[in-house]
Every structure is written in C-alpha cells, then in structure tokens.
Write a protein that binds this ligand. Structure first.
Ligand SMILES: Nc1ncnc2c1ncn2[C@@H]1O[C@H](COP(=O)(O)OP(=O)(O)O)[C@@H](O)[C@H]1O
Ligand SMILES: [Mg+2]
Length: 238
C-alpha cells in the first residue's frame, strides 16, 4: 500500500499542501479531483520525489518503508510511475537509449539485439513506428505519440502505482479513446491507477474505487465513485 500520512509540502517558500492523508491500496484505482491550480500536479511531483517539493511534515510510505527521502529513480525502482501532465522533451537522449537504460537498471541487463527485439514488439502492439527509437526523447513528438510512449513504458516496466496527471488534456477525442482503451487493458488487480483529472471521461474506462477531493490545502472529502459523478453533473458547486 502506498500511503500519505499527514503530509505537508512547501515549494517556492510557501506551504502548498497541509496535513494530507490518504492510502492507495494495490489493485484499486483512485481519482484525485479539484479545480485548476489546486496543487494536484504538485502532489504528483511530491509522490514521485521531485526535489523542488519539500516535505515539511508527515511522510510517504510504501508497504511501511518511508519513501520521503528517496530520489525519483529509487521510487521508480519501487514501481511508482508518473505520467506527466506536461511530458518533457529531452534532447540528445535517443528513445532507444533511454528505454534500454531504464529496463536494464530496473529489470535485467539485455544485449542490444535482445532489447531491440523486445521493444519493437511493444511498438508494434501500440502501432508506433520503429523509427521513433532513433529520435531524441519526445522531441517533436505529438502529444498523442508522447502519451503512447508513456504507455509503452508502462507495458515494458509493469509498474504498480501509476499516477496519471491529466493525461486527458491535449488529446483529440479519437486519440483519447485509444489511449484510454490501452490503459484499461493494462489495469489489473496487481496495479493501481491514481488518476488526476477534471475531465472525468477517463473514469468511464478506468473505474475508480475511491475519489479524493483535494481542496487547495487539504483532503476535503474521500468518497466512492458517486462523488465524481456528482461533480461531473454539478461541477464544483457544493
Ligand atoms: N515556478 C513557480 N513559482 C510559483 N508558483 C508556481 C510555479 N509553478 C507553478 N506555480 C503555481 O503552483 C500552483 C499549483 O500548480 P499545480 O500543482 O500545477 O496545480 P494543478 O495541477 O492542480 O492545476 C499554480 O497556482 C501555479 O501557478
Ligand atoms: Mg496539474
């Protein structure tokens, strides 16, 4: 179980999250809801260990191990994965090199040919061009292609706790549907999706067990799926 206990966080010299607590149980899906600018992405960054976000109180634990001081790579090795709201472009790193480096470090060492065969089969499955492997990471890729490359990483690494930070933005309806179907096919009782959204449609594909409403500073309400439905219909009016 991934747990946040009494977590307070500060960034840019101000406190942004105040005494947040919630648990993410493996095998269940969750959604975190609230308006733009309510520090949702900041919470995702804190979970993943972005050093800009300083924990001033409380802790993040995974199966009782305290993660609060672990760097993002160590958290990734414990199978926490963040699909970014804004997927960065990284020049001078080829997609192939990036994926092989990650796989070799997290799972097992492979030869060039072994890894090429493995990754090409996943590219085929996702209907992505093999030429992508030899381009710089995300540079010039469309949002649709970047999202698919994140799904490729999920298929390659099989992470347990997958944080989706507004992955429904930037995609047209058709692209969104394909991405959502792919995510649905990845969802099992051996992983958990933590879905940050304010568009809701993703929840038709990935039903959630619990909704966490984050209101600026604190967890205002934790409830089952119905609250998402209620907000969808009435927006954020009480
Ligand atoms: N470099 C920065 N300096 C100060 N404030 C920032 C900076 N970057 C982002 N913010 C602010 O952080 C707030 C919360 O952002 P974010 O966590 O992305 O919210 P959400 O994901 O809920 O929309 C926003 O008001 C944003 O303007
Ligand atoms: Mg955000």
């Amino acid at each position: 179980m991934l747990s946040i206990k009494n977590l307070s966080v500060s960034v840019w010299e101000k406190e942004i999250l105040n005494q947040i607590s919630c648990d993410f149980e493996l095998g269940k899906n969750y959604c975190i809801l609230w308006k733009n600018g309510s520090w949702k992405s900041s919470l995702a960054m804190t979970l993943m260990g972005n050093p800009k976000y300083k924990i001033t109180n409380g802790e993040i634990t995974l199966d009782w191990e305290n993660l609060s001081d672990l760097s993002p790579d160590k958290r990734a090795k414990l199978w926490i994965f963040l699909a970014f709201q804004n997927i960065p472009e990284i020049s001078w790193v080829k997609l192939f090199e990036f994926l092989k480096w990650v796989y070799d470090n997290a799972i097992k060492t492979t030869t060039f040919m072994e890894f090429k065969k493995l990754i090409e089969s996943i590219l085929d499955e996702l209907q992505l061009s093999k030429d992508f492997l030899w381009r710089d990471l995300n540079v010039g890729f469309s949002w649709w292609e970047r999202r698919k490359l994140e799904i490729l990483q999920m298929k390659l690494l099989n992470p347990k706790y997958i944080i989706l930070d507004e992955i429904d933005s930037w995609l047209d309806v058709d692209a969104f549907k394909v991405v959502a179907e792919m995510l649905k096919s990845i969802s099992t009782d051996q992983n958990s999706f933590i879905i940050i959204t304010h568009i809701f449609t993703i929840l038709d594909y990935l039903p959630v067990d619990e909704t966490i409403v984050l209101n600026h500073w604190k967890v205002e309400e934790k409830w089952w799926w119905e609250i998402a439905q209620r907000i969808k219909e009435n927006w954020f009016k009480k």
